[in-house]
Design a protein around this ligand. Structure first.
Ligand code: NAD
Ligand code: UDP
Length: 319
């Protein structure tokens, strides 16, 4: 197959490029580097089965040749990023999804949307099954991301129902692993980098809010299976292991052997209190479930950040 991936230079997009190439497919990566990095794709440049287009997907997207799949992963994803880039976030979720769907329709390709557990907002149902419609504040600071993704799901279903495009929607729960930006502001990267640098660990609020953390390899496996399946309905892919933010901080401190102290900060507005996927549908339809628990995932992620932190310290010393 020939697959186009938007957001290819990002954390998840770059891992997906690797997976599709490893399965023997050809990949066209598209990115404008707004939150992604050329480094994430450096190892693929020059391969005959990989092409890269630097392009903003909110603008008309022209691609030569056939395509069998379009995976739309372009979007700022960290709360810090989308609060800094609210208009770009709304545009890539709405106009960008429209352009990516138009491309899939023109090429008669299967389309897969990267949606999010954020469509459930601050959920009143716990854990969250796909049938839950969510509790989102449209005008709060997180609304730019949540509502863009909800619109993206709606237009994806409209292209499916009205134009007959083959579509898939994955609702991704907090995913972590190598290639995250050390400064991207998400909790796992923040805590590991702070612990490795000996800086205070920034717990927002009392740290009693929960998240379910998915290791990137598990997520990629789930997305690959969903893409090949015939399941049109949105599908949660996430690890149901649920931890408070404070538990995560303690686990990171233990595993890095850091002497950093926990320091509390005000809780950001509309920060969801709980989050945990119901993965009954993914188990039944895809035979998928996560294999990497938090401890194992952190032990694979910490060495990556250790190297990043050492490189930045060396660079700072040579300046
Ligand atoms: P990321 O910021 O690392 O990657 C996003 C990529 O999209 C970046 O490379 C960025 O430059 C690119 N991009 C943004 N706007 C663009 C535009 N207009 N044109 C072209 N490229 C553009 O984030 P990520 O964690 O890899 O997330 C990827 C996708 O998965 C996003 O759609 C995000 O909403 C979704 N998602 C991620 C998580 C997670 O835990 N990582 C959870 C839920 C959903
Ligand atoms: N968080 C934290 N300290 C940080 C970064 C995040 O306590 O340095 C908290 C944040 O308030 C939220 C949880 O960790 O409750 C997950 O935050 P993240 O930004 O990773 O993603 P979210 O799930 O909120 O989209």
């Amino acid at each position: 197959m020939r697959i186009l991936i938007t957001g290819a230079a990002g954390f998840l997009g770059s891992h997906l490029c690797d997976r599709f190439l490893a399965e023997g497919h050809h990949v066209v990566g598209v990115d404008n580097f707004i939150t992604g990095r050329p480094d994430n794709l450096a190892h693929l440049m020059g391969r005959r089965d990989f092409r890269f287009l630097e392009h903003d997907v909110t603008e008309y997207l022209y691609v030569e040749g056939p395509l069998d799949g379009v995976l739309h992963f372009a979007s700022p994803a960290s709360p810090v990023d989308y609060l800094e880039k609210p208009i770009q976030t709304l545009k890539v979720g709405s106009l960008g999804t429209h352009k990516a769907l138009g491309l899939a329709k023109a090429k008669n390709a299967r389309f897969l949307l990267a949606s999010t557990s954020e469509v459930y907002g601050d959920p009143l149902v716990h854990p969250q099954p796909e049938s839950y419609w969510g509790n989102v504040n449209p005008v709060g600071p997180r609304g730019v991301y949540d509502e863009a993704k909800r619109f993206a799901e709606a237009i994806t279903m409209a292209y499916h129902r009205f134009h007959g495009v083959e579509t898939r929607i994955v609702r991704i729960f907090n995913t972590y692993g190598p290639r995250m930006r050390p400064e991207d502001g998400r909790v796992v990267s923040n805590f590991i980098v702070q612990a490795l640098r000996g800086d205070p660990i920034s717990v927002y609020g009392d740290g009693a809010q929960t998240r379910s953390f998915t290791y990137v390899d598990d997520l990629v496996e789930g997305i690959y299976r969903l893409f090949l399946s015939d399941r049109v309905e949105p599908t949660n892919i996430g690890n149901p292991g649920e931890f408070t933010v404070r538990q995560l901080a303690e686990r990171v401190l233990e595993m890095t052997g850091s002497a950093s102290q926990i320091q509390t900060h005000p809780l950001p507005e509309d920060d969801p209190k709980v989050r945990k996927p119901d993965i009954t549908a993914a188990r039944a339809a895809l035979g998928w479930e996560p294999r990497v628990n938090l401890e194992e995932g952190l032990s694979r992620t910490i060495p990556y950040f250790r190297q990043v932190v050492e490189e930045t310290q060396t660079a700072a010393r040579t300046l």
